[in-house]
Design a protein around this ligand. Structure first.
Ligand code: AHG
Ligand code: MN
Ligand code: MN
Length: 331
């Protein structure tokens, strides 16, 4: 028997007790299809002139890469006609994207970071896509910004793709986290990691060390203790990795454990990553894989969002390490 497809996985999850009605199943499959298209676009590189800047800025004042814009377009076009969405939110668009009148509307809200790690595109390092699915609040026909402002704990599904040596899709519908690998010849995602579990103990951390001078005391203490290695309080040596694509860093943690940090600091006072389409979906997946995610003081998924593009400090990964860092913050 061959490996099971994404479609079969979704049906089996529903049968096993997860909430995956057909509308949500279709949504996830279409997002998967869009990720295949983005993967194809990313892999063309210089051959089709998709690298480099688009000459524009997004709402957060970041320069957009051509592939940021292309990926956003792919996700919008793939998802606007299916009848399962009431609106979409993207890192690359200031306001929610309304479903055109010619299409029916549905019960879900889709949020995404179309291309994560865009600083890595031009140097051929892994990038990806992150998405989160919420329910449209009861009785809301024309969702506005406020309809999206739900804590991460209310997500019904979340996932991310990594466009690396192989193209991966990691997904949760609330019954654990699973990993799929794109079989390029067949053109479909095949289940390759049925139940992802993050190792609890770890000796690897991920942080952008160039921000060190701006760190607050708890992060400084945690990293100092890691760097002290065997002769320090942790009594073992630690290793460091920083891909600078959250998708790749988080996938490594889902594979061999570790802790990923982009904390709030003296420069990024409210953190650098975005709560609704980066931190929340990753927190959902990490928790479903037995890990934890905090901003230092609060569980990420309990934070009540106040704005679509709000930023947040992020510490996520192996449970014991994340709990230790949270204790340092509490002290
Ligand atoms: P995006 O490309 O969607 O703006 O996100 C990039 C994020 C994240 O993927 C990564 O962890 C971080 O920015 C990298 O930041 P540095 O450039 O500071 O290392
Ligand atoms: Mn991103
Ligand atoms: Mn992005």
């Amino acid at each position: 028997m061959g490996r099971i497809s994404l479609s079969q996985y979704l049906i089996e999850q529903e049968r096993a007790g997860a909430q995956v009605p057909p509308e949500l199943g279709l949504l996830i499959e279409v997002v998967g299809r869009a990720c295949k298209a983005i993967s194809a676009a990313v892999s063309k590189g210089d051959l089709e002139g998709v690298l480099g800047g688009a000459g524009t800025q997004n709402v957060q004042g970041e320069t957009q890469k051509k592939l940021d814009v292309i990926s956003n377009e792919i996700l919008i076009q793939a998802n606007e006609w299916g009848g399962y969405l009431s609106a979409m939110v993207s890192e690359e668009m200031e306001k929610p994207y309304q479903i055109p009148n010619r299409y029916p509307k549905g019960h879900y809200l889709l949020l995404f970071d179309p291309l994560d790690g865009s600083s890595n595109i031009d140097v051929n390092v892994s990038v990806g896509t992150i998405f989160s699915v919420l329910r449209c609040p009861e009785g809301v026909g024309d969702p506005d910004e406020s309809s999206f402002l739900q804590p991460g704990a209310q997500q019904v599904a979340a996932g991310f793709a990594v466009y690396g040596p192989s193209t991966l899709l990691v997904l949760t519908v609330g019954r654990g986290a699973a990993g799929f690998t794109l079989d390029r010849e067949v053109g479909s995602f095949k289940l390759t990691r049925e139940r992802i579990v993050i190792p609890e103990e770890t000796s690897e951390f991920a942080i952008n060390m160039s921000n060190m001078r701006n760190w607050r005391a708890p992060i400084r203490r945690y990293i100092d203790e890691c760097l002290a290695g065997k002769s320090g309080v942790r009594e073992r040596d630690f290793n460091m990795r920083w891909v600078a694509s959250m998708v790749a860093d988080v996938y490594r943690i889902l594979s061999r454990g570790g802790v990923f940090m982009y904390p709030s600091d003296l420069k990024y006072k409210s953190g650098r990553l975005r709560l609704m389409y980066e931190a929340n979906p990753m927190a959902f997946i990490v928790e479903q894989a037995g890990g934890a995610a905090t901003d230092g003081a609060r569980r990420i998924m309990d934070i009540q969002p106040e704005a679509l593009h709000q930023r947040v400090g992020v510490v996520l990964g192996s449970k014991h390490e994340v709990e230790r860092i949270a204790r340092y913050h509490a002290g």
